[in-house]
Unconditional design. Sequence first.
Length: 536
Amino acid sequence: MARQASQPPRIPGLEAERLLGSGGFSDVFLYRQDLPRRQVAVKVLSLDEVTESSRAAFVAEANLMAQLSAHPYIVTIYNAAVADDGRPYFVMEYCPGPSLSQQYRYRQFTIADVLRTGIRLTSAVATAHAAGILHRDIKPANVLTNAYGWPALADFGISSAVDADHNPAGDSQSLGMSIPWSPPEMFADHPVADVRSDVFSLAATVCTLLAGRSPFEVPGQPNGAIDLIGRIERGTVTPLERTDVPPSLLAVLRRGMASRRDDRFPSAIDFGRSLQRVELELSYSATPLDVPNLASTKPQSDETGEDATRIRPMTTVTPNRQNPLPPEPDGDDATVARPMKPVVAQPSTGDDTRARPRPVTPQIPIPDDSGATARRGPAPVQPTQADTDAAAQSDVAAKPRRRILPLVIGAVALVVVGGGVTASLFLGGQASTDETQTPTGKPLIITEVPTPEERGITVSEDGSSVTFEWTNPEPEDGDVFVWYRSDGAEPGEKHVIAEPTVTIGGVADGDKVCVTVVISRSTGKTSTEPLEMCST
């Protein structure tokens, strides 16, 4: 039986707004901070669970996340303290977008979006490993989406030191796992995790985005804990039903989820760089691997030799009169289209001079990246004459199109192996302003999906039902609508319909009913901004 959520504690300078979610031992609330004014998420230990051991574990999680929170793909910790009622809490970045677990259940990720998200997530995991921290619970539900549409790794509650001898049998934390994404060694009598255990969970998470289900789940067959554990231990990954997945990507995922640890990638960096190779093979714009001191980190994989650090330049094309930059709601577009010269990643100096991509909603799968790698990293270098000439040729070939985002293929250096959530070596998850080459050689044009437009809200005479109607301003073949209640009812339950109307029944007279709607294209893209409608 699910535990009832506790009440939000009184915290000076913060005003509680609503419950965001509950776990086995803690609750997460949305607060509004007075100064600086912003929304924040506050994780609070349940009052019934406040013991010396739980308090120590809670504080340890806050300290671990604080060590990593400067990373663009790890949830940021702002503060931690103990409330007046004795409950410890920590204040962290509010990620308003759906988790990867929510996303893969109602939309299909494109190959480009899977690669970009996988590399960014690998950046976060590799950064944690570099700090001596194992996550030990990597899964789609623990990857949130921040206001920029970037993945944000969260929940380090059962993390541990990177030490093969850590957590001997009897350590209660060693029991924390999520079976569908856990490696086989975690089911042993004496479970011992290392970096390759996180690599397994990382690869299983990426595979989930491709398949729309966990890797060892068999549709139509029993998928209980015993069934899943048996398949995981045997290494019997369920074949994908998609036909657009390249064999090279399947090979990377198979190695990442090998049942024997020695057969897996020896590090998250090796896994991420292998994903970058697939990007290169498919002619996608490179996604950076943002990890500390990557330039001085030697790849542990011995199969690539000198290619492990070889770079391949990619040109940047600036917008012309036929293909102008679209207006940005936040005015951050001044640096998004800046051309960059291929450079080898250098250790971060703390100087935040890198281009920032504009905020987007998290549901949009973007098959390209502008080269604006994240929030931190080396400053851009001006392009060479060869880069400028190649950019001009590509710009002439591009055809103008209504609402086309400009071609901004970032010339970020493509190192040939690796992976992670916030590193500086290749792949992304924010909205891209790129036009790049597909494997056929034709330009791939990225367009925005419009927001539905409200048509009307009708309340029945007895007030027991509300009908919402909207329109699709730019309809295309295959368009459908994804809607969900956004007034607190049916949390997380999304519905796909073809008609631009929905009726909500069982409403008490006078109740406020809200729905949120986005347009979903056959390509897997959804509206840049959702439409929310509420009855009054």
